[in-house]
Design a protein around this ligand. Structure first.
Ligand SMILES: [Fe+2]
Length: 140
C-alpha cells in the first residue's frame, strides 16, 4: 500500500495540474519506499532531487496559470510555494553536506505539506477555474 494514496478529493478538475500532483504523490511514495527498504544514500538523494526539481517545475506552471487567469489569491499562494521551496532546498543542502538524513520526520513534513497545500490552497484555484468555464447556454 502506498504511503500516500491518491484519491478523488485531490482532483481539481484541471488535467495538467491533477497530472502534476499525481506525479508528486508518486515521488513521495518512491521516497518512502527508498527509506523503508534502506536504499543507499545516493539513491535516496536522487529521488529527493527529482521531487524537488519536479515541485519547482510544477510551482512555476501553477504560478504562470494564476498570472494568465488573474487569480486574485496568487500572492498568498506563491508565498506558500516560496516558503516550501526555501525549506526543502535547505534540507537538500544539509543532506548533501551530510548534516541531515532523509527520515520519516522529513517524509511526514512532505506528506503534510503536499496534502494540505493541494486540499486547501490549490483547491482555491480549482474552484476559481470552475467559474472560468463557459456557462452552457440554455435553450430559449
Ligand atoms: Fe500550489
Amino acid at each position: 500500500m502506498p504511503y500516500l494514496e491518491w484519491n478523488a478529493t485531490f482532483e481539481l478538475g484541471i488535467e495538467e495540474f491533477d497530472h502534476h500532483h499525481k506525479f508528486l504523490v508518486d515521488l513521495l511514495n518512491m521516497t518512502y519506499d527508498g527509506l523503508t527498504c534502506e536504499a543507499p544514500r545516493d539513491e535516496l538523494g536522487a529521488v529527493l532531487d527529482e521531487l524537488i526539481n519536479y515541485a519547482g517545475y510544477h510551482f512555476a506552471a501553477e504560478e504562470h496559470w494564476m498570472e494568465v487567469h488573474d487569480y486574485p489569491d496568487a500572492p498568498q499562494h506563491c508565498e506558500e510555494h516560496k516558503k516550501f521551496s526555501t525549506r526543502i532546498m535547505e534540507f537538500q543542502k544539509d543532506f548533501y553536506q551530510e548534516k541531515a538524513d532523509l527520515s520519516f520526520e522529513v517524509l511526514q513534513f512532505l506528506n503534510g505539506w503536499l496534502t494540505d497545500h493541494i486540499l486547501k490552497t490549490d483547491a482555491g484555484y480549482g474552484r476559481f477555474a470552475q467559474g472560468l468555464l463557459p456557462v452552457a447556454q440554455e435553450d430559449p
